[in-house]
Design a protein around this ligand. Structure first.
Ligand code: UDP
Ligand code: MG
Length: 320
């Protein structure tokens, strides 16, 4: 009998959770009739301030398939995914949102891609951005263009965190030790054969998204700094270009003075050069600082999440 572990990161999902639980139970039942499959639902409560944890505990009291890990505070969705994958067991893992934006009804199809067709992973890919602000869609597609032109890891436009994965793929994901976790990049970096299922944008069934323009911008910068060092090379080349310009200006000034006896007007030249150069230097220092800041966070080796409560067996708790 094969086992599928469904990992669900939850943050303030009291409104969506009942619908989600009902839907995922229905799918599990249907799949159980057709294949010899066992299911586990592993909810990760990411420091919710509402009744999310109570709901999950309620489910676990009457349904032995329900497991949970509850964090000591909100650590972010990436930490939730990581904890769920680390604590999971079984042959396959599914990472899915609790708000039904990731339709559970796709799991049978994903299972068949992986189980019957030999893929290591099946994931959804959003092909429409219906219901999303135009400006946001524009910046999102810009982000994918930029990151794919400067990173060796190919990040597919619209690829989602909704994934059905084999144990081997899950193991290689949790083996990556970094603190700054940009899942979209990590899923692609570990490799493995992924089948993308195109889906329309689904709007949230209840509750509200934790994202806004600012947090999305920050998230995209995370992605760029975590998966590319091209901004650093950019600083180097900017430095080299400005040295060449400086050399040319200096030569021209000397030639004018020595061979033509011209007095070069100093003040405007100096002001221009000083402001341009200090701007460029600050920009480059800023870029370097971004990497140093990331390194600072990494070298502290802080845990990526702190579990406070769980109903996992002790050998699985050790893996967290
Ligand atoms: N989530 C989480 N921790 C957070 C924010 C979100 O575990 O700090 C969960 C949330 O409960 C949901 C999933 O991550 O199951 C996706 O969150 P959301 O719907 O806010 O993001 P979006 O769908 O807008 O990308
Ligand atoms: Mg959502």
């Amino acid at each position: 009998m094969e086992k599928i572990c469904v990992v669900v990161p939850c943050y303030n999902e009291e409104e969506s959770l009942p619908m989600f639980y009902e839907e995922i139970s229905r799918i599990a039942e249907e799949m159980g009739k057709e294949h010899p499959l066992e299911f586990e639902f592993l909810f990760v409560n990411d420091g919710s301030k509402d009744k999310t944890l109570e709901l999950i505990k309620g489910y676990s009291a009457k349904d032995e398939r329900v497991r949970y890990i509850s964090f000591s505070r909100n650590f972010g969705k990436e930490a939730g995914i990581l904890a769920g994958l680390k604590g999971s067991d079984g042959d396959y893992c599914v990472v899915i949102d609790a708000d039904l934006q990731h339709p559970p009804a796709l799991i049978p199809q994903m299972y068949s891609y992986v189980h019957d067709e030999g893929y290591d992973c099946a994931a959804t890919r959003r092909v429409s951005r219906k219901g999303e602000p135009k400006l946001l869609s524009f910046f999102s597609s810009m982000f994918y263009k930029v990151i794919n032109s400067i990173s060796d890891t190919h990040i597919i436009d619209g690829a989602q965190d909704y994934r059905f994965m084999t144990r081997a793929m899950v193991d290689s994901i949790v083996a990556l030790p970094e603190y700054n976790r940009f899942s979209k990049g990590i899923f692609s970096w570990v490799g493995f054969d992924t089948k993308f299922i195109p889906i329309e944008n689904v709007e949230r069934k209840a509750g509200k998204s934790t994202w806004n323009f600012r947090s999305l911008f920050r998230y995209s910068m995370e992605g760029i700094f975590a998966f590319s060092t091209v901004p650093l090379s950019f600083c180097t080349w900017l430095g080299v270009s400005f040295c060449l310009v400086a050399l040319a200006v200096m030569t021209a000034t000397l030639v004018k003075k020595i061979f033509f006896g011209e007095n070069v007007s100093g003040y405007p030249t100096i002001i221009t050069l000083v402001s341009v150069l200090s701007g460029v230097q600050l920009l480059c220092t800023g870029i370097i600082a971004q990497y140093i800041a990331k390194m600072y966070i990494e070298v502290k080796h802080r845990p990526k999440f702190i579990p406070k409560e769980t109903n996992l067996e002790s050998d699985r708790v050790k893996k967290l």
